[in-house]
Design a protein. Structure first.
Length: 318
């Protein structure tokens, strides 16, 4: 496919989970190594260790010219972090990826761009392209008791705890079509214009960060601007559900994350698993080198201090 990548940017929000963001970036670079595709990271880490880790990751990556880091120094939260990033980017289209997502195949961005051309050819406007589901007012997905193939796909995106199957008491007219923000292609300028004009409310904090936006889309009869590509997109990425919670111990805590073996999924190419492991070792090596340099500086400073102390003693005796 021949696609123009100059008008698309990737956006992710990081919170005290550097390894997850590292995995995401490495998977993007693995499948798109030679493009000028930019990745914007909104870092809402509120822990100095994680803030410094993210700065080190971005500055020392061999792809640092393609990474734009926005260090905030406080927990901006997921939805408001996405809104911040959308306002910092100037391309027409933005692919929002949760930082606990990683790509498993190439050509997914090409498919999204091809979709925009198709929609333009039939003069159909869109706001979001992604994996669409029906949710209730609490943000829980609603699937049929007898699962359709689409329902089975949706259950790959979210855990069973967030799937509501007791549909007998549900007023289906009140259900909301929801494009899941773990992998969401955004018509940036159009979306921000609707938000700026007061038609749509912006994304909110955590949980279902797009729920108020999607509710407004339903209220204004704009659901035809949501484009469902669930059956296609799930072949191209994996969502390590609740990865940030597992990584940081919650949205306000900090614990060590286990990197995991991405090859446990059968549709992940083995060479990607090897590449991610290689990048992890590279990052560890850089960290070790930093520690060694730091230790050397401390030794040199100690020697220098001891030398100056010896000279002072000598001078005092004279």
């Amino acid at each position: 496919m021949n696609s123009d990548f100059s008008n698309i940017t990737i956006l992710t929000v990081n919170y005290n989970s550097t390894e997850l963001t590292t995995r995401l970036i490495n998977s993007v670079m693995f499948f798109y190594p030679d493009l000028e595709l930019k990745i914007h990271i909104v870092d809402g880490s509120d822990n100095e260790t994680y803030i410094n880790q993210m700065k080190s990751l971005c500055s020392q990556s061999k792809y640092n010219d393609r990474i734009v880091l926005h260090t905030l120094g406080y927990n901006i939260h997921h939805g408001t972090g996405m809104m911040y990033g959308l306002n910092q980017i100037d391309t027409d289209y933005v692919l929002i990826l949760d930082n606990d997502v990683y790509l498993t195949a190439s050509n997914v961005i090409e498919l999204l761009l091809e979709k925009t051309i198709e929609l333009s050819s039939i003069e159909r406007k869109f706001l979001f392209i992604g994996c669409q589901m029906l949710i209730d007012e609490t943000g829980k997905a609603v699937v049929n008791t007898v699962r359709s193939s689409h329902d089975q796909q949706i259950e790959k995106i979210i855990p069973s705890s967030l799937v509501r199957s007791d549909i007998s008491q549900i007023d289906r007219s009140k259900l909301i079509k929801y494009i899941h923000p773990s992998f969401m292609f955004v018509n940036r300028k159009s979306f921000l214009n609707y938000v700026g004009g007061g038609t749509l409310r912006p994304f909110i904090k955590h949980g279902a960060p797009c729920i108020t936006t999607m509710f407004d889309i339903k209220s204004h009869g704009m659901e035809n601007m949501l484009i469902d590509m669930t059956d296609v997109l799930l072949d191209y990425y994996i969502h390590d559900w609740n990865g940030v919670v597992k990584s940081s111990g919650g949205y306000h805590l900090s614990t060590q994350h286990h990197f995991g073996n991405v090859n446990s999924y059968t549709n992940v190419p083995r060479q990607l698993d090897e590449y991610l492991e290689e990048q992890k070792q590279h990052d560890t090596s850089i960290k070790d080198e930093d520690e060694q340099l730091k230790a050397k500086r401390q030794i040199n400073e100690s020697k220098k201090f001891a030398h100056l102390k010896g000279k002072r003693r000598l001078n005092s005796k004279n």
